[in-house]
Design a protein around this ligand. Structure first.
Ligand code: PLP
Length: 423
């Protein structure tokens, strides 16, 4: 079921016309469908029923407080990668015990704050971090529940910038070195080993890399147990892909059934950390055409969203479907690049697209931007961050307003040696 469809010739998010939101909020803006978010969550919740498993939302995909709160109320924990995300998770009502702290470089001060808040699990990625965490936990007089993130050296078959499970990636501890790392963890008095973790990449469209990785981790778990470690949790990470163009990612239920099968008899509680799959298809970006510039080779459609709002096309060569908000029945199309106003040749949202002829003032909708969209936005060119809007049935609300330029400038300071500015 799609939550973004044409009704009477106008693109709607559930029961709200995107043009209505545009008129009230201005463009560009991100729009999230509560129905789509709930539906994705429901598939995970249904899929783990009867399993000893939990789902911790990888909130770096979309850390809007309202989105986190929705998942939290539905029972999600959170996978965080920074203290800022921890504070967001707590502010959105996720209990600290349900938070997992991941990341390749956690500072002592960050580990301390996480332990003080009482996060439920810290996924450690290096021997150096084991030592640091042990020292910090000792200072606080607490024991830290940890897993070690192991790099199983499998190819996730995804874009180079989002593959994480190969030897040459910076993430986790090489599977060949994992036993030594666990031996160290076992000797450190303030750490309590609770399991193993992996996360092999993002936007995976095949289950095979998961199967290979889980098989390797199973063998490791056996060795670790014979070494005397209590391995009660197996954190499988996230990474399940979504549809951008014509991908055929596995269904959530097939993914979970695969995980159940491949870990059968292991006696571990499983943790899933989906990010993209929960939010990616639930979000769109709406932008207005500023002008159309016909060129010799192709036409440039300049819109008011740019690479600072959505960097995925520039960073990952990502392909996002773009459609007019007002339904077009005309068959004629023109070959065009959809570009933003920023002075960078990399500032495009789509290249060589065949779209119905567009004119200044038309609205376009960019699909599948709910993950790694708004969270990766910047204010480059002093362009205010695009607001985020949540739709639920026939209602909508702005969950992060567009800052005014005055607000943006007000956080900056002149050094005291500069003369005061003249009015
Ligand atoms: C980014 C990340 C995830 C989520 O990845 P998706 O591809 O968005 O599902 C899960 N776990 C860890 C440790 C991550 O870094």
């Amino acid at each position: 079921m799609s939550f973004f469809t044409y009704r009477d010739g106008a693109m709607h998010a559930e029961g709200v016309a995107l043009a209505t939101i545009a008129a009230q909020v201005g463009t560009p803006f991100y729009c999230y469908s509560t129905g789509a978010l709930r539906a994705a969550w429901r598939e995970f919740a249904d899929g783990i029923r009867g399993m000893n498993a939990r789902v911790c939302y990888a909130m770096k995909a979309n850390s809007n407080l309202a989105v986190i709160r929705l998942f939290g109320e539905l029972g999600a924990g959170a996978d965080i990668v920074s203290l800022g995300e921890m504070q967001r998770a707590l502010a959105a009502g996720i209990p600290a015990r349900r938070i997992i702290y991941s990341g390749v470089g956690k500072k002592p001060s960050e580990l301390m704050a996480a332990l003080q808040a009482g996060v439920g699990q810290i996924n450690v990625e290096s021997s150096a971090e084991l030592e640091t965490l042990n020292a910090v936990a000792g200072q606080l007089g607490v024991a830290a529940d940890i897993t070690i993130r192991v790099n199983p050296d499998v190819d996730a078959g995804t874009h180079a910038k989002i593959t994480t499970g190969r030897k040459e990636n910076k993430f986790g501890i090489d599977i060949d070195l994992a036993r030594d790392a666990y031996a160290l963890a076992g000797r450190l008095p303030n750490l309590r080993v609770v399991g193993v973790a992996m996360h092999i990449g993002s936007q995976l469209t095949s289950l095979n890399p998961y199967r290979s990785a889980i098989a390797r981790m199973r063998a490791l778990i056996g060795q670790l147990r014979s070494d005397g470690h209590a391995i009660d949790r197996f954190d499988i990470g996230g990474g399940l892909g979504i549809v951008y163009a014509d991908e055929k990612p596995p269904s959530i239920s097939d993914f979970l059934a695969m995980a159940a099968r491949e870990t059968d008899g292991l006696g571990c509680e499983l943790t899933f950390e989906p990010g993209r799959r929960l939010v990616g298809e639930a979000g769109v970006l709406v932008s207005e055409v500023i002008l159309v510039k016909p060129g010799a080779a192709k036409t440039f459609v300049v819109v008011d969203a740019a690479m600072n709002d959505l960097i995925r096309p520039t960073l990952y060569e990502a392909w996002h479907d773009i459609v007019p908000v007002k339904e077009r029945r005309d068959a004629a199309t023109i070959r065009c690049d959809i570009v933003g106003p920023i002075c960078e040749s990399g500032d495009y949202l789509a290249q060589n697209r065949d779209l119905p002829p567009l004119a200044a003032g038309d609205l376009v909708m960019i699909r599948s931007v709910g993950a790694y969209g708004a969270v990766m936005a910047s204010a480059y060119n002093t362009r205010p961050l695009a607001p985020e809007v949540m739709v639920d049935g026939t209602r909508f609300a702005v969950t992060r307003p567009r800052p005014s330029i005055e607000e943006m400038l007000s956080v900056e300071r002149f050094p005291p040696w500069m003369e005061p500015t003249k009015p």
